[in-house]
Every structure is written in C-alpha cells, then in structure tokens.
Design a protein around this ligand. Structure first.
Ligand SMILES: C[S@@+](CC[C@H](N)C(=O)[O-])C[C@H]1O[C@@H](n2cnc3c(N)ncnc32)[C@H](O)[C@@H]1O
Length: 212
C-alpha cells in the first residue's frame, strides 16, 4: 500500500498487537462500544443479512454477528497481521468459510467491493486521514444499516491526540490519529440516505447505527 498512513497502520496494528487483543477478547468478550454496536444491530434484526466489516481488526463484530444469523461477511483490513489473526479465530469457530478476507486500504479497494446489507466501521474513522472518501464510499455500500464507533470530537480525546501523534512522530511511525468533526461525518452519512436509529456514548467514543 502506497499511502503513508497505510504504512503506519501496517506497522502499528501488527500481529503481536492483534494476538494481545485476541487474548483479551477471549477473556472478556467484545469491548463496551463494540458490544453496544452489536446489540443495537441484533435488536434491529440481522438474520440472513450480509455484512461488510471495514477495519474489523481481530473480527469481533464478524464473529458476534455471524453467531446472531449474519450469512456472509466481507472483511476489509489494511493490517495483514489483524487479517491473519481474524482468519485464524474464524477457523477455530468454524466460521471462516463464510468470510471473504480482503487486505488493503478500503478507499482504494472500494470500486471492487460489493454492497452489503450492513456496513460497520468500529474505531476505524480515527485511523484514516481522508474521512470524506472513507465514510462516503463505505456508506454508499450499505443497503440497510451503517454502523460506526468513532471518537467524540470534544473532551479528552481531542486534547490527548496531538500528544499521541507527537509520540508517533518521535517513534518515526507515520501512523496518526484523526478526530474528524461529528457534524461532518453525520452530514455525509445522511447525504447517502441514512438516519440515526441508535446512538450511544462513553467518555471518549460515540456509537451510531444508521438505517435507511
Ligand atoms: C483501532 S483498530 C480497530 C479494530 C476493530 N474494529 C476494533 O474496534 O477492535 C483500526 C482498524 O482499522 C483498520 N483500518 C484503518 N484504516 C483502514 C482503511 N482505510 N481500510 C481498511 N482498514 C483500515 C486497521 O488496520 C485496524 O485493523
């Protein structure tokens, strides 16, 4: 992948980090915001639907939603380490045959990715510089639900991000964190024909499930 941020993603979200996260997932299940997103989709009804999970990491959303009746998944991730670990976990659970794994930057791959009933981006928007393309292309792929977890654009996250990015710069890692304006993300999703059906918040994160 040629983009600088994607090279940073590949080195920051490496296999060692993915295995640590998998261990935590086995011990504690999905984290709080992922649980909120999954529960909101399950209450809306996912039986027989398809899922496009962008930046799915170790695959928590994919595994939880396949257990709840999602039929097939396309998993697009810019980290080869995360894809390898997600695939290994799906094999352990007997789910791997229902998942098509695509390695790369979703924005570059988008023209070749099929639409799905549900599209999810859980803590992905903050890892990417070009929010307009990421959210614009991905929401256009969603036929029924579009579900996001991303940072609130106020408070501690906003104050802490320049410090974290300075640390990445010191470590010579091109990876950066981005706090995109909630107003702009929301306007873009609505312009693709969606309205919020569920919203949830923690101190740092917001969860929004949109429906057509
Ligand atoms: C913070 S991790 C979140 C992983 C998982 N969704 C979770 O919440 O535990 C961000 C993930 O998004 C992926 N990612 C970021 N930008 C991406 C892009 N443009 N295309 C595909 N994957 C992307 C990274 O490789 C990584 O797996």
């Amino acid at each position: 992948m040629s983009c600088c941020q994607c090279q940073g993603i590949e080195s920051f979200f490496n296999k060692k980090v993915a295995l640590k996260e998998l261990k935590r997932y086995h011990a504690q299940g999905p984290n709080k915001t992922t649980r909120l997103l999954v529960e909101a989709l399950k209450s809306a009804g996912v039986d027989g639907l398809t899922l496009l999970d962008i930046g799915g990491g170790i695959g928590a959303i994919q595994h939880e939603l396949m257990d709840a009746g999602v039929s097939r998944v396309t998993s697009v991730d810019a980290s080869s380490g995360y894809i390898e670990v997600a695939q290994g976990e799906a094999e352990q659970r007997g789910l791997a045959e229902r998942v098509d794994y695509q390695y790369g930057d979703f924005v570059s791959l988008a023209p070749a990715i099929s639409p799905a009933h549900i599209v999810t981006l859980d803590r992905v928007i903050c890892c990417y510089h070009d929010m307009e393309s990421l959210v614009g292309f991905s929401s256009a792929k969603a036929q029924i639900y579009y579900a996001l977890v991303y940072p609130r654009d106020t408070g501690w996250f906003k104050l802490g991000v320049p410090v974290l990015n300075f640390l990445f710069w010191l470590m010579r890692n091109p990876f950066r964190i981005f706090i995109h304006a909630t107003r702009e993300v929301d306007a873009l999703v609505r312009s693709n024909g969606f309205k919020p059906r569920f919203t949830g918040r923690t101190l740092l994160w917001q969860v929004v499930v949109y429906g057509r």
